[in-house]
Each structure stands twice: as C-alpha cells, then as structure tokens.
Design a protein around this ligand. Structure first.
Ligand SMILES: [Zn+2]
Length: 466
C-alpha cells in the first residue's frame, strides 16, 4: 500500500511500526458551529483511509479529537448564553449526526480537548524545562527559533521570528512564536484551569500534541488533517511533540484537498456556504455527497456544483435499484456464466490495485461500475446460478467495504415486513389495505418502488426528517 507523504512530497510504500496496530491521528473539528462541507470532505477521507487500511489487511487504532475550547467557542457560547460545556455538547451531537448520515465508520476514540488539560500542562512544563518555551506577560509561548527543523513539513524556510501570536489561527507568511497557554482574561469568564499553573487555558496546537501522545503514543504512523492545517497547525504540532519527546512525531502525513463550491472557496458572503443540513433541505441524500467526494482524488480540489450532485444522487439510486433487483433474481441450478465471473474478477483486482495506490478512489470506482454493468446484465437475463450470484454479490460487498455507498442494506426489518405484507395484500387485490401499508412505510422515511412481475424494492426516502 502506498501513500503520498506530505513530509517527503512523494508517494511512498506504507510500512507501519506494527501492522496489527496502525496508529492514526486525525485532526477533528472545533465544535463551534455545524461542520461545513469542506470539513465533511476531510472526515469522509478519514473514513476512506481507515476502510482502505482494513481492506489491505491492517488493524487500525484511529483517533479523532474534538476541540471543545477555543477563542471562537468561548465567544459563540457567550453570545448564545450557554455554558461552554453545554454548547460544545450540542454541536458535538450534530457532528455525530453528520458522520452517521455520511456512513462514516466509528473510530476507536474521540477525545475532547478539555479532558486532556493535565497532559497539556505536562508537555508545556517539559518544554519550559528544555528551553523551548518561555513565559510572557499574557501566557506561555513556544520559541520557534529554538526548533531547528521548524518548517520541515510546509517546506518553508523562516528567517525572522519576530512576531508572537496569541490567536489560535493565523495566516502568517513568516513563523511566529505561538501560545501554548493563554493567561485568563475577563473575556474568558468562567473558562479556565488553574491547578498548578497560572489561571488560563490551552492554545489550540498543544491540544493535538497532548491527545495524540496520550491515546496513541509518541510516534504516530499516520497523521491527517485538511490541507490548510499544514501551516501553522501541523508544523506547530511537530515542533511541540518532537522537542518534548525527542522522537519522530509522525511517519506519514496525509492531507486531503480543499472543497470549492462553484469554483470558489466557500464563504457565507458569497452565498456558497453549505452544511449537510443545507443539502438535506434541498432534498439531497447525504450519501450522494459522499459519492461525489470519492469520485475526485483526495488530494485534488473538489469543486461542488449542485447539478453535478444531482447526477451522483441518480447514480446512487441506480446502483441501489440494481442491487435490490439482483437480490430478487430467480436463483437455482442454472449453468454458470464463466465469462461474467472472469470479468468480475478483473474488476475486483483493478479495484484493489487502485485503492492500494495512494487511495485512487476515482479509478477504483470505474471498476465498481464495470461490476454493476455485469450485474445489470444478469438482472436482464432474469435468472442466475446460485453460486454465481454469491460470487458477484460478494465482489460488490468487498468494494463497498471501502466505498460505503450502497444504502439499501440498512432497511430495518420492520419495514421489510410491512413491505411483504403490502405485497400479499396487492396480490389479493386489496388495494386500499395495501396503500395503508405504503403510507406507514413512507412515513417511516422509506420508499417502495414497484417493479415488473410484482417485485419491488425499498429505498431510504431522500427527504427524511431530522
Ligand atoms: Zn490538530
């Protein structure tokens, strides 16, 4: 398996420290608002990374942090008149709803920054002791001029270190000493820690160093985050962690690219800013967004247009209808179709090669469509050999273990039962009774599509409530 490693700027063979325990740290969101589609593209990538590693035979331990204290959160929670904790819990719940709707796998842990403040303090004291950090009049800062390798990830050389930056986010061209610990001011109100340290709160960058070391150890196999985190966030994480432990912090750095909407960076003032809820209000299935992100290489810019998204939605439904029809195909001791099986095998091999080569999902998906074509052909034939059916279906499942886009297989049993009852009623021509069942199914967020010869499929209704 190969990945493009941002640190060395090339595609490299992936060799983890322990293949039965691949340590992955993913920078998670600051829960100050709903996640936007750019964030969600990154989180879908984390999931694809995980699924692909598992597909390649590795066992993973994946951690995504939740930043539940920072400048913006304190400001926004105050505006809403909510306690920081309560505010963070609300947006964390919304975040998990989004992850679920996008069929993103559950990771091993989601540590909250506020639960690791002791570990942050330990690192800060370690850095002070080693001379990498200093106290100033408003907090404790990291002295970037002390860390020789500063700039090695972003491949920048910094000559002057004149600035000192307290804010969590900054777009400086030059390096700047950044806050590890911010002394309390009255704007922070009741948000502070003070046990064994000057009353205050941690800076953003130190959170990730502390949580990654706490949950995964001093050297990570993979660290990932959106491309805009390379500088200063990831550069600062390296400086803190390596100065503190004296060990390499990360072996492979993976950075998914930007998301644009209508060729422009998303922004509220350009009216092209979307959350997943916005897409759902427009009637889109969240999985159509997932499918769209997979069709562009993760390192490339993804440019979202709503009419293109509609095409993905249609593709999603077509795949679903094919698989449902395939499951209803008459199966038995018919002669095996060796040619189709051979083509399916070629598609599956092509799929695997594409995934293993720096997660080339767009190429992998062309192989899924080859396989779907084969299945459509079998559906048109109206019957299939039982073991051919199993082999083809397994091939689709194998691909979907990475892609996670086939939606039909999570229809609850009670809906299936209702649909069967409806079919029996229709067979008896009890139309009104059958329609009542259909209404119950619709109300539960599912839709029945009737096919020829009294077959039917159930799909998740696109516009489901929240
Ligand atoms: Zn981070």
């Amino acid at each position: 398996m190969k990945f493009y490693n941002t640190m060395n700027r090339k595609i490299e063979e992936f060799i983890p420290q322990d293949p039965t325990n691949v340590k992955i740290y993913c920078c998670g969101p600051t829960v100050y608002d709903f996640a936007h589609l750019g964030n969600l593209r990154t989180f879908i990538f984390y999931d694809i990374l995980r699924r692909s590693l598992v597909y390649a035979g590795f066992k993973v331990k994946q951690v995504m942090n939740i930043t539940d204290v920072d400048d913006k959160m304190i400001k926004n929670s105050k505006k809403r008149g909510m306690a920081l904790k309560e505010y963070a819990a609300m947006y964390t719940k919304y975040l998990f709803d989004d992850l679920r709707d996008l069929n993103i796998s559950e990771f091993e842990s989601y540590p909250r920054a506020t639960e690791s403040v002791d570990e942050m303090k330990t690192i800060i004291y370690g850095l002070l002791k080693k001379g990498y950090a200093y106290k100033s009049d408003d907090g404790i800062y990291y002295n970037v001029s002390k860390f020789e390798d500063y700039g090695k990830l972003s491949h920048a050389s910094f000559k002057s270190n004149v600035a000192r930056i307290k804010n969590d986010e900054y777009d400086k061209e030059s390096a700047a000493d950044f806050a590890l610990w911010k002394d309390w001011t009255k704007e922070d109100e009741n948000v502070f820690w003070e046990d064994g340290i000057q009353r205050g709160r941690p800076g953003w960058h130190i959170e990730c160093s502390a949580m990654s070391i706490k949950h995964l150890g001093e050297t990570l196999d993979i660290h990932s985050g959106g491309i805009d985190l390379i500088f200063p966030h990831h550069e600062n994480e390296i400086a803190q962690s390596e100065a503190y432990t004296g060990k390499p912090f990360v072996r492979y750095w993976l950075h998914p690219g930007h998301l644009f909407v209508n060729e422009k960076k998303m922004s509220k003032s350009l009216h092209n800013f979307y959350t997943l809820r916005d897409l759902e209000k427009l009637g889109f299935d969240p999985l159509s967004f997932r499918l769209m992100t997979l069709d562009v290489h993760y390192r490339a810019v993804l440019d979202l247009h709503l009419d293109t998204l509609k095409k993905y939605e249609k593709t999603l439904e077509d795949i679903d209808i094919t698989m449902k029809s395939f499951d209803k195909l008459e199966r038995g001791d018919y002669s095996s179709d060796k040619d189709s099986l051979k083509s399916a095998k070629i598609a599956l091999n092509g799929f695997k090669d594409a995934v293993l080569e720096d997660l080339n999902l767009p190429l992998a998906m062309t192989q899924l469509f080859r396989l779907i074509d084969i299945i459509n052909k079998k559906v048109a034939e109206g019957k299939i050999n039982q073991s051919d059916y199993e082999e083809l279906r397994n091939a689709v499942f194998e691909m979907d273990s990475v892609l996670g886009i086939i939606k039909s297989y999570n229809v609850p049993q009670e809906i299936i039962t209702l649909a069967n009852e409806r079919k029996e009623l229709r067979d008896k021509k009890a139309w009104m009774e059958a329609d009542k069942k259909r209404t119950i199914i619709n109300d539960a967020g599912f839709k029945i599509i009737d096919l020829a010869n009294s077959n039917y499929i159930i799909i998740k209704n696109r516009k489901y409530g929240r």
